[in-house]
Ligand binder design. Structure first.
Ligand code: IMP
Length: 428
């Protein structure tokens, strides 16, 4: 039985939680494979109230699903414990959460460095979430990171923190004029935190491969999105991991051959948070209207999201780099009431038309969208449950996007509720 990858096709915040909901009764395992508590999505708990999850896979709310924080994730232990106790206080059973022994830990010095670096960069800042994500991945690649398994060996942990702080404190104090951190204080804090989740630490790659061998379905849940990928995104305005589908194998230990479906989540228009190029961005009233009607404010940072029209160059690119087999189009209802809906079909870059993502970042910065205008629809579509229920112009919009992106749109979101989804094709 297969592994399914769920990946954001734009700059994140495409509404991936909706797709997880749709698949929940078909999967036994939900795995996060990259990123950390820079991600965020709101879920509705059994008590009817909203809860924001940042680190724990959304399958935690479905009985019978085992959730895994994979080796590719970076974990802030304090955030993990807060999220767990927040869920437990509200009656959610958190027993079925496993944490990879190989995942890296976000240490207090990573958070401190993320914040001071951004401040230092001023106008050139990336607009990070300030959660220590980049500095933690830097240490991972530099082979000086602290891993979850180090929490099981106090001596090793203390040595690693000591070695890290010898250098980081110099940077904090001498470059950024901040206070250094104390080795014992940092070590004791994370040790105490680690004790509280030690029983969850596991060889998750072994567990996941065994589950696949038993015929159980595994959902690999990407956070952020394709254009925030450190390799395939709008570098340097990206996150420090690989949200694209290739990252799912590396970040979980599941071989690529096991993956049968790559579900791309794409919003019916475009948003991004933080800095960086955004060719179809709307800086006028229509951008503000999209922000309001789509509720485009970040779950993690509360920042308002930049908004723009649908960009098919990006949709096509995401289909290609992720090997998307099916698209899930979210928030189609937000476009209801518009007379005409512009869709970017290509870019003009320095006088030339291109239908593909330009090769260099300079060209992406220069890209001017070429729009095609599609007729809108006035009807409220939030009650539609089949493709045939949609107004003709909404159907034509979906079909045109499908044609432009080169992958079929198998599901469509028409509202925030679990049941507000139209399934056009079975995909998993
Ligand atoms: P970092 O991941 O905190 O290092 O931030 C790097 C970039 O990724 C910034 O532009 C963030 O706004 C963006 N980013 C990180 N996580 C998310 C997310 O979950 N949704 C949307 N943007 C994100």
């Amino acid at each position: 039985m297969p592994a399914i990858v769920l990946v954001g096709a734009q700059w994140g915040d495409e509404g991936k939680g909706k797709a997880t909901d749709l698949l929940a009764d078909r999967v036994r395992w939900v795995v996060r494979y990259q990123g950390g508590n820079n991600a965020g999505h709101t879920v509705v708990l059994p008590d009817g109230q909203d809860y924001a999850l940042h680190l724990i896979p959304s399958g935690i709310l479905t009985p019978g699903i085992t959730n895994v924080i994979g080796n590719g994730v970076v974990i802030d232990p304090g955030v993990l414990l807060d999220e767990l106790s927040g869920l437990e206080e509200r009656g959610v059973d958190t027993d079925r959460l496993l944490i990879s022994a190989d995942a890296h830990l976000i240490m207090p010095y990573h958070v401190a460095i993320d914040k001071v670096t951004e401040r230092y960069l001023g106008a050139k800042r990336i607009g990070t979430t300030g959660r220590g994500i980049g500095p933690c991945y830097q240490d991972k690649i530099a082979r000086v990171g602290v891993r979850v398994q180090d929490l099981l060996d106090e001596k090793i942990l203390r040595q690693k923190v000591e070695a890290a702080l010898e250098f980081k404190n110099q940077v904090l104090v001498k470059v950024y004029n901040r206070k250094g951190l104390d080795v014992d204080e940092v070590t004791d804090t994370v040790l105490e935190q680690g004790e509280r989740f030690a029983h969850r630490i596991a060889d998750t790659r072994l567990e996941l491969n065994r589950a696949l061998e038993r015929g159980e379905t595994v959902l690999l849940e990407g956070s952020q999105g394709t254009l925030l990928d450190v390799d395939h995104g709008t570098y340097p305005f990206v996150t420090s991991s690989n949200p694209t589908s290739g990252g799912a194998s590396a970040g979980s230990g599941i071989g690529p051959g096991r993956i049968s479906t790559v579900l791309g989540i794409v919003k019916a228009y475009t948003t991004r948070v933080g800095s960086g190029p955004f060719p179809t961005e709307l800086l006028d009233e229509s951008g503000e209207d999209l922000r309001k009607s789509g509720g485009e404010f970040g779950v993690t940072t509360g920042r308002s999201r930049r908004t723009g029209w649908f960009d098919a160059v990006i949709g096509r690119y995401a289909a290609r780099v992720n090997g998307i087999t099916d698209y899930f189009l979210t928030k189609l209802d937000v476009l209801s009431g518009l007379e005409r809906i512009p869709v970017c079909v290509a870019y003009e870059v320095d006088g030339f038309r291109t239908e593909d993502m330009p090769m260099t970042q300079t060209e992406v910065h220069h890209a001017v969208p070429i729009y095609e205008e599609l007729p809108g629809w006035a009807e409220d579509i939030s009650g539609c449950r089949s493709f045939a229920d949609l107004p003709a112009n909404a159907r034509a919009y979906v079909e045109r996007l499908e044609e432009l992106m080169g992958a079929r749109i198998s599901a469509i979101g028409v509202g925030p509720g679990r049941e507000q989804t139209i399934v056009r094709h079975e995909f998993a």
